[in-house]
Design a protein around this ligand. Structure first.
Ligand code: MRU
Length: 370
């Protein structure tokens, strides 16, 4: 995407060849600042503390983290330590394991001296592939949006509701849920996006709004609780979210609150689509509610909020009465029955095991599909 008119990715190898650059997403939308990752601990901290976040970008950062680790030590023990350290950073997005296992499988058979160079090549390839997958999701989703837009009175924009940030900032570029939106907007189809603020970390209000604004896409930020009301009154034509993990049977794990949007969408006959790149599909499992680990984050994220004061200073303030406990499950699971379709890089399919297996036969073979 363009930032201040310049094509920009969310992660890149620094020009000096010894570090990786990222956008510090905890500073947005009030400041755009970059951070340099120089070693394994930097990469692990960036994921754990959510300087980078979003399932595909977590995977890409972990891949670069393997390279950073192997630059200083490339023996078997160091390789295993890098894999384990990065895998422990966040539990829910399956893209993390996907990227790390792919790096490990390629690097482990090599002599240690060859591992750093190969790690760099593969990390760069994983990033380029992510961009290609997202572009393909955009192409697959565009006809869907065009068909829904054709049913609207002339001149009215297609109203799309999205939750959290499954945009450019959650990936290496373009985004997943935003890919069809950007494709539609860029092709001249009028779209308008309802952006769920996405408490408690406000990825919608802070990140999705910022990137849509930068790209010139009409949008409106809403409180998380407004979606059902807007659907009841015909103001939402479809929902598109991203995902952190889709099971082989089509259950969708995504940012907390997604399930409520899916329930409201079903009650109001609003199509509910999930943009799903194949690295987000966990072919080993079927039952999302029982089998996907849900990250429990700090209660502080619920108890406090950060924003910019009238003075321009960015400050964090307390929201709760001192002493009130808070709980912070970060993701939920939307059962496949509530999902209208998955928008993958190979096309749109129903959220069920047979349609997923038809689209990805090489993945489904021999896995959990029953
Ligand atoms: O906790 P986060 O900000 O990493 O959660 C991000 C989401 O839930 C996204 O919707 C999901 O990762 C899909 S990103 C393309």
């Amino acid at each position: 995407m363009n930032v201040a008119g310049r094509p920009t990715r969310t992660i890149w190898p620094d020009a000096d060849g010894v570090a990786v650059g990222i956008i510090d997403q905890t500073s947005l939308p009030h400041a755009l600042s970059n951070v340099r990752l120089e070693n394994l601990d930097d990469a692990a901290r960036a994921i754990r503390d959510m300087l980078v976040r979003g399932a595909p970008l977590i995977g890409a950062t972990a891949a670069w983290g393997m390279w950073l680790a192997l630059r200083s030590e490339a023996g078997d023990t160091a390789l295993e330590r890098a894999h384990a350290t990065l895998l422990a950073t966040r539990p829910t997005a399956v893209n993390l394991r996907w990227a790390l296992d792919r790096m490990y499988a390629r690097l482990a058979p090599l002599p240690p001296a060859e591992r750093p160079a190969e790690a760099r090549v593969l990390a760069a390839a994983i990033c380029d592939e992510d961009v290609a997958l997202n572009r393909a999701i955009g192409a697959a989703g565009l006809p869907l949006l065009a068909a829904l837009a054709a049913r609207k009175p002339a001149g009215q924009p297609l109203n799309i509701l999205t939750h959290c940030n499954a945009g450019w900032l959650a990936t290496v570029d373009i985004g997943t849920a935003t890919a069809p939106i950007y494709a539609a907007h860029d092709s001249g189809l009028p779209v308008h996006v309802w952006v769920d603020e996405t408490r408690p970390r406000n990825q919608g209000a802070s990140l999705t709004a910022w990137e849509l604004l930068n790209h010139g896409v009409p949008h409106t930020v809403i409180a998380d609780n407004a979606g059902g009301h807007l659907m009841q009154h015909g103001h939402v034509d479809l929902v598109i979210t991203g995902t952190d993990r889709v099971t082989a049977a089509g259950d969708v794990c995504n940012k907390i609150g997604t399930y409520l949007k899916a329930l409201a969408a079903r009650d109001n006959d609003v199509p509910f689509y999930v943009a799903t790149p194949s690295p987000s599909i966990d072919w080993r499992i079927r039952d999302g509610r029982r089998e996907i680990p849900i990250e429990e984050r700090s209660a502080t994220e619920v108890a406090r909020i950060t924003g910019r004061l009238a003075s321009g200073e960015v400050a964090t303030v307390d929201l709760l009465p001192a002493g009130s406990p808070a709980s912070n499950p970060a993701f939920d699971v939307t059962p496949a029955r509530l999902v209208t379709g998955l928008i993958t890089e190979r096309g749109v399919c129903a959220a069920n095991s047979s349609d997923l297996a038809t689209l990805f036969p090489e993945q489904a073979a021999g896995r959990a599909i029953g």
